[in-house]
Design a protein around this ligand. Structure first.
Ligand code: M6R
Length: 622
């Protein structure tokens, strides 16, 4: 939600900030803005509604804004509609927020997150003569900093500190103070922020892709810490204002990985990167042909002591959890419960101290997943995070971390991260099953063999994409789609349905095939598209029967199954085949045509598939 960038150094700031914002646009795209300072001159603020392109045009690609220090923002609205007035940066002065140009303000800032008590703070500030031009919580926090800064005649670090203890919520802030040219101040609580330094230049951003072209050497600023960023140097402070030392981390992601590289959209590029993402994640978990969880710190004794597993996550990561439940229970024979993080965090949870809580998250910053992790930790439960972004908050706070190796995922709709998360689950399931004696050596080796064959099988599916592309264009105007499947096929259906609706805006539902006749079948009428997922041999006939029940009521049937199951063509109007693999791992193959279906449906409808309306890549607010 919202992207923040900052730069101070020897080059012109605006083009660097616009470049960074372009790489963060997946975090928010309803408006954008820049504040640039040229030496001791006042900050120049420019804002614009809509996609970043309009800000780029308005500033002549940044050339119209001179200055070597600045902050920028791309917004995903929380408080107040998308408008120029509500767009960031916000300023402490009593001016009209929509105005652009030089602003007479002590403090200028951008913000990602939500300030929960902003109305109460706004009232307080109003009583002290502050006027508000926007509906945002950000303007309130900028003015509160200004209030403390002036009232106590203290420095920026102390003014920010006083503010942090008054605000409730989640935030990442980047601020410039009129009396401190060339400096940017940053603070965060439960929202991401990284700071990179290279030579005489310093950068800050909400996410790694924004600064990958400039530096790979970054600091992960901690919760409730403040950074003072100067050209080529950075200092960190705690809530007492004492300086603290942070370690630098080297980012190993390839800058090219965050570019489209000739693909029309990031989403299709990332779909095509799945064989590599799966291979890399697998390679990170295999050592001499055996699964090794050593990097996670989960040793054999710990794994053996686990009596049950609970998985919490949101969106597609929750769908991985749904698949994991079938796989872990079947292979390792450990009871598994899967919960939406947003539900888990607010309910009374009964757990025993031998439970393992697994939090799955691509970004490692999803607010509900982070809150669920913290709740588990507060209850004394051992936690394992399956995360893609190195150094993210969930990764840093969990007891154990299993990193997926999908590389930067830019498209809002997840594809390669989902596929990498599945690999993490497979390895965990096979290793636990072996350690607990649920499978013998022969089966263990068979599963590893099957796992290593997945990347090539995914490549083969991608080579046959035309068929699903054609079908997606034909059905891109469907009114409703129902995805049905049983067992693991139900978990796959959930992901297929989400891909369809989030990218193409076609209403879709996923149903456990046997559940349809308990109500939902009343929605089936002529030409409604029903997509049956049939990768599980034992459940094949059952799902075919449920599909036939839909066809009898007028539905048009698409079947998704593996090569060899040709009898499905007796019922289905259109069939897509994927290679065979061990049934536990079929989600990795069956999901690919469904991702392609969602993608090509969106493209056929002329939609911006990388940035679907109302969505943002990392949901760092509740
Ligand atoms: O970063 P996370 O994996 O925690 O994100 C969870 C969901 O927000 C995410 O999977 C979302 O559902 C995607 N847009 C799905 O494509």
């Amino acid at each position: 939600m919202c992207g923040i960038v900052g730069y101070t150094g020897t080059s012109q700031a605006a083009p660097i900030l616009l470049d960074g914002l372009a790489r963060l646009e997946y975090r928010g795209y309803d408006s954008a803005g820049l504040a640039i300072r040229d030496g001791s001159e006042l900050a120049q603020v420019v804002k614009s509604t809509g996609k970043l392109r309009s800000l780029i045009e308005k500033t002549d690609s940044g050339r119209s804004l001179a200055g070597t220090c600045g902050i920028g923002h791309t917004r995903w609205a929380t408080h107040g509609e998308p408008s120029q007035t509500n767009a960031h940066p916000h300023v402490s002065g009593n001016c009209t927020g929509s105005a652009c140009g030089q602003v007479e303000s002590e403090v200028v800032g951008v913000h990602n997150g939500i300030i929960e008590n902003y109305l109460e703070l706004r009232d307080k500030l109003s009583r002290h003569g502050y006027q508000f031009y926007s509906e945002t919580d950000t303007e309130v926090v900028v003015k509160l900093i200004d209030y403390y800064y002036r009232k106590y005649k203290i420095g920026p670090v102390d003014a920010i500190n006083r503010t942090l203890v008054r605000v409730r919520g989640t935030y990442a802030l980047a601020l410039m103070f009129r009396d401190h040219p060339g400096e940017i101040y940053a603070a965060r609580k439960d929202a991401p922020m990284i700071i990179g330094v290279s030579g005489e230049n310093s950068y800050l951003a909400s996410d790694v892709p924004a600064i990958l072209n400039y530096t790979r050497s970054v600091y992960y600023i901690g919760n409730l810490q403040i950074a003072r960023v100067l050209p080529g140097e950075v200092h960190f402070y705690d809530l007492n204002g004492d300086e603290v030392q942070l370690e630098r981390t080297e980012i190993t992601w390839d800058a090219k990985a965050a570019e489209k590289n000739g693909f029309e959209h990031f989403m299709i590029k990332e779909i095509y990167e799945q064989p590599a993402a799966v291979r890399d994640t697998l390679a990170s978990l295999l050592c001499d042909g055996k699964i090794s969880l050593a990097d996670t710190g989960l040793d054999d004794t710990t794994l053996r002591s686990v009596s049950s597993i609970r998985i919490v996550a949101c969106g597609s990561a929750w769908h991985v959890g749904m698949a994991a439940q079938y796989i872990l229970e079947d292979l390792a024979q450990i009871p598994v419960r899967v919960e939406l993080a947003s539900e888990y965090r607010y309910r009374k949870v009964l757990s025993d101290d031998r439970e393992l809580l697994i939090v799955i998250s691509q970004s490692g910053e999803t607010a509900d997943s982070l809150a669920a992790l913290r709740k588990g930790k507060d209850m004394g439960i051992r936690t394992l995070a399956i995360v893609n972004v190195v150094g993210s908050t969930i990764a840093r706070e969990a007891d154990h971390v299993l990193y997926t190796h999908a590389g930067p995922e830019i498209a809002v709709a997840t594809t390669k991260a989902y596929s990498s998360q599945l690999i993490a689950i497979y390895c965990l399931a096979v290793e636990t099953a072996f350690m607990l004696g649920r499978i013998d050596e022969e089966a263990y080796e068979y599963y590893i063999q099957e796992l290593t064959s997945l990347p090539d099988k995914i490549t083969r599916i991608l080579e046959e994409k035309e068929r699903i592309q054609w079908f997606a264009s034909k059905y891109s105007n469907a009114r409703d789609i129902f995805f049905i499947g049983r067992g693991l096929d139900y978990a796959i259906s959930l992901e297929g349905s989400l891909k369809a609706k989030e990218i193409s805006y076609v209403h879709s539902e996923a149903y456990a095939a046997g559940e349809l006749k308990h109500g939902t079948i009343s929605l089936i009428e002529d030409n409604i598209l029903v997509i049956g997922v049939l990768t599980q041999k034992d459940l094949f006939e059952k799902t075919v029967s449920n599909m036939a029940e839909c066809k009898a009521r007028g539905a048009y049937l698409m079947a998704l199954t593996s090569y060899g199951n040709y009898s499905v063509e007796d019922s289905a109007d259109f069939t897509v085949y994927v290679p065979k693999a061990d049934p536990h791992f079929m989600a990795s193959l069956a999901v690919v045509p469904l991702q392609l279906f969602g993608y090509y449906s969106g493209v056929a409808r002329g939609l911006d598939v990388d940035k679907p309306r109302n969505l943002a890549k990392s949901v760092t607010v509740e």
